[in-house]
Design a protein around this ligand. Structure first.
Ligand SMILES: Cc1ncc(COP(=O)(O)O)c(C=O)c1O
Length: 407
């Protein structure tokens, strides 16, 4: 065995890392306080928990036995994903009212990877993607890592968070190549409605932009509303459109690493996009074979988990609303679906101070600025933690929000 040391033969120049990985990685004051609290071992109620495997859901026994199917011993990759798996995705989407064919589907290891593939397909370095604001903070990383510029467009709160094509057009620049929409939104919980989609798709077609609709939470709508778009997959839209989904939310199985994208819209563009994406996917072949073989069974066997989680989300939302005293200066915003609740709070003393005061009482929530909410007056909580813990957190939250928060 060697010593592990190799003698240097001269000067050592440090490598120059890429600018796009030059993030400011210092923890913010909230992360610092949270870390310090965790080190002391004090019990915390984490109302930011978004990992379903940590939320005491009941999964069917031996659910993952399907990963050991004998056919998974053969490695015969299809860059688009195994046909049987793509057919299973089509059946799952049919449950959301979408009619799509397997050749419109491409399987990826995660929705994040689907974004990376789409940005490679649609953008050259320096091109721009229009992103909703407020929205999911990972988009800045997903674009940055592909050398794509994020260009935010604002959603406006009108009882729900609405997308106005006119605001989108104002936000666009000459290098805009695609528009991203999240339906229902994380964390806004607003679905795209039919009228919004019609305007949006017309604008995209006119400008030559692709439309990407993130539907990872589409299985978690509250109630029924014919105005909501369940899925854009398979719709005859004038623009090239991609919809994204995955097992991490649809089956509460983020650890299995399987997601999909579906291309719809003008036939020729769909064909060209899928052929190019096939080469992108073939370069990585990142989706494991066992999970693709298991997929058809996983959808049906996890239907009960989805239902459990839907009931829990409704229960936790009701607990949160019940914890709010009449006439309180804060409120729970209306939502149409998804895993989160957005709280509107007074502008003073500010989201960060409120979050720090909550941490001191043992409750972890996200400040609105994490998602670029306007006016510094929002908090975000996850609705998927077990109800007993959630009720404790909601009551502590209501106590802090109703009392004086140190300025
Ligand atoms: C809106 C949205 N899109 C995509 C993802 C990423 O999903 P995946 O785990 O499939 O990468 C998340 C994860 O929370 C999300 O909230």
């Amino acid at each position: 065995m060697g010593s592990g040391k190799v003698a240097s033969r001269g000067t050592v120049s440090p490598v120059a890392f890429s600018r796009r990985t030059g993030w400011d990685r210092r923890p913010n004051p909230l992360a610092e306080r949270l870390e310090a609290l965790r080190r002391t071992g004090v019990p915390l109620v984490d109302l930011t928990e978004s990992n379903p495997t940590r939320c005491e859901l009941e999964y069917p026994k031996q659910l993952l036995d399907a990963l050991a199917a004998p056919e998974a011993m053969a490695y015969e990759p299809d860059p688009r994903g195994l046909l049987t798996a793509r057919e299973a995705i089509c059946r799952h989407l049919a449950g959301q009212g979408a009619q799509v064919e397997p050749d419109q589907v491409l399987i990826t290891a995660s929705s994040s990877e689907a974004y990376a593939f789409l940005f490679k397909l649609l953008c050259d370095p320096g091109d721009e993607v229009l992103l909703p604001s407020p929205s999911y903070p990972l988009f800045d990383f997903l674009t940055g890592l592909e050398s794509v510029q994020p260009r935010p467009y604002v959603l406006s709160f009108e009882g729900r968070w609405r997308l106005h094509a006119s605001l989108l057009a104002e936000a666009a620049g000459p290098r805009s190549r695609a528009v991203l929409s999240v339906s229902p939104g994380n964390p806004t919980g607003s679905f795209l409605h039919r009228a919004e989609l019609a305007e949006l798709a017309a604008l995209c077609a006119e400008r030559g932009w692709a439309l990407i609709v993130d539907e990872v939470f589409a299985d978690y709508g509250f109630g029924e509303d014919p105005e909501r778009v369940g899925s854009v997959a398979g719709l005859e839209l004038p623009a090239l459109t991609f919809s994204l989904g995955g097992l991490s939310k649809s089956a509460c199985l983020p650890q299995l690493k399987l997601s999909w994208l579906v291309a719809s819209g003008p036939k020729e563009q769909v064909g060209e996009a899928m052929d190019r994406l096939e080469v992108v996917a073939d370069t990585y072949l990142s989706v494991a074979t066992p999970v693709q073989h298991a997929l058809p069974g996983l959808f049906s066997r996890t239907a009960g988990v989805r239902e459990q989680l839907k009931a829990r989300i409704a229960e936790n939302r009701a607990l949160l609303e019940k914890a709010r005293p009449p006439g309180a200066s804060w409120s729970v915003q209306e939502s149409e679906g998804g895993w989160y609740a957005v709280l509107r709070i007074p502008a003073e003393p500010g989201e960060e101070k409120v979050c720090l005061a909550l941490l001191d009482r043992g409750v972890v929530v996200h400040p609105g600025f994490f998602y670029d909410f306007p006016r510094g007056a929002h908090l975000v909580v996850s609705l998927i933690p077990p109800p007993a813990a959630f009720a404790r957190g909601a009551s502590l939250l209501a106590g802090v929000l109703s009392g004086p928060v140190p300025g």
